[in-house]
Ligand binder design. Structure first.
Ligand code: COA
Length: 386
């Protein structure tokens, strides 16, 4: 079975950006190509998978064709992948499987989303389309609402409290303050988080990821050709994907995501590693409670144990397992379709010792990326290593 390497990865800044979707994606592809140590032209990419929800209805049909135009990818096979916020985690998996199968030697996985130019009501609608339609969206439940219910249940089952969530937000903002690509580059205090306006109890403003624009891209190559592009490849050691029931009320538990557990088990089995081997992780913290639950489902902490782990500083830079050194979705930002390959961009830098000053995870050799769609219906997990 052939090994697959990531030989380049790059992204735009995340935030409220003036450029349109085409230009954003072209910028991300250019950044990924420029990050290839020995240089790579767009013509080397044989096929590409592009994650996007198509927020705002910008280009619902044939989005990949449009995205490829300015990125000089328009003559190759382009696929649009839509799996809500996990769109580009799945795009990355598709590109990985294509290279691993031997069908192509060089593939690109990426994602893009343009969200900030919509009105508030339009944004809520386009976020809502990835939730269950009959029982959730049409009944008025937003994503903040779903995660508010999940947090309330976690509080009741495990005694978690708002201050536990605030610690996740403070860490995210601290890491993002050192990340030039982040949407928010401002540190916050526990008090800021505790006193911010409520969004959906018990979640307040700093418990939520923002609405962001952005694009990301990663270039994958077979072992056979990887050294032609770089002497420092990052290997995709394992990939896992899983799906769960769409509506949260149909699931067995509100405080655990079955799709995360299954996808993580598959990725770690393929990689031949256990969670103890993972030294840096980017997890899907669309809301602060989601980071705590991810840590528990991935096995970094026992059920109900992630709040203590966070309070003890284990997830901070310099801690036992630094989580979201980029600032995560919470503070780096969350342009839905771009987030999954955005996590790969961060881990590519971290594993190669190229992360920005003040948020480097020194000596990490195994990393994990965890990308969730919606409230947990879809999940892609990747284990990367050097
Ligand atoms: N974290 C921190 N600050 C935030 C923020 C966030 N998530 N969202 C907005 N802000 C800040 C803005 O920068 C702005 O600051 P300023 O006044 O200093 O300029 C201020 O809060 C108001 O911004 P605004 O855009 O008017 O906020 P809003 O009330 O319209 O939206 C949320 C806030 C939390 C409702 C919105 O960001 C949201 O819906 N987030 C969740 C997105 C989501 O569900 N994604 C999918 C996940 S599965």
């Amino acid at each position: 079975v052939a090994k697959v390497a990531v030989v380049g990865a790059g992204q735009t800044r995340f935030g409220a950006l003036p450029s349109g979707g085409r230009a954003l994606f072209a910028e991300a592809v250019q950044a990924a190509l420029s990050s290839v140590d020995k240089g790579m032209a767009p013509g080397e990419v044989e096929e590409a998978w592009i994650g996007s929800v198509g927020t705002g209805g910008w280009q619902l049909g044939n989005l990949a064709a449009l995205a490829g135009e300015e990125a000089a990818l328009s003559s190759i096979g382009l696929h649009r992948v839509e799996n809500a916020c996990a769109s580009s985690g799945f795009a990355f998996r598709d590109a990985y499987l294509a290279v691993k199968s031997g069908a192509v030697q060089v593939a690109l996985a990426g994602g893009l989303e343009k969200m900030t130019d919509l009105s508030g009501a339009h944004q809520r609608y386009w976020l809502g389309v990835s939730g269950e339609t009959e029982w959730e969206r049409l009944a008025g439940l937003t994503f903040g609402g779903v995660y508010g219910l999940i947090a309330s249940r976690h509080f009741r089952e495990f005694g978690t409290g708002r201050e536990d969530l605030a610690r996740v937000a403070v860490k995210a903002h601290r890491n993002a303050s050192k990340n030039p690509a982040a949407h928010f580059r401002k540190e916050i205090s526990i008090e800021d988080a505790m006193t911010a306006p409520a969004v959906s109890e018990p979640l307040h403003l700093y418990d939520c990821c923002p609405v962001s624009d952005g694009a990301t891209a990663a270039i994958l190559a077979s072992e056979e050709v990887a050294r032609k592009w770089t002497d420092s490849p990052v290997w995709v050691r394992g990939s896992g994907a899983a799906t769960d029931l769409l509506a949260v009320h149909q699931r067995e538990s509100l405080t655990s995501l079955g799709a995360t557990k299954k996808a993580a088990r598959a990725a770690m089995r393929e990689a031949g590693v256990s969670v103890r081997d993972v030294k840096v992780a980017e997890v899907h913290d669309c809301f602060t409670i989601a980071e705590l639950i991810a840590l528990e489902d991935l096995g970094f902490a026992p059920a109900g144990g992630a709040a203590k782990m966070t309070a003890d500083g284990e997830t901070g830079i310099g801690g036992r397992i630094p989580v979201n050194p980029s600032g995560g979705l919470k503070a780096k930002g969350h342009p839905l379709g771009a987030t999954g390959t955005g996590q790969v961009c961060e881990l590519f830098k971290q594993l190669r010792g190229q992360a920005d000053k003040g948020r480097e995870v020194k000596g990490a050799e195994v990393a994990l990326a965890h990308n969730v769609g919606g409230s947990g219906a879809t999940c892609a997990v990747h284990v990367l290593g050097i």
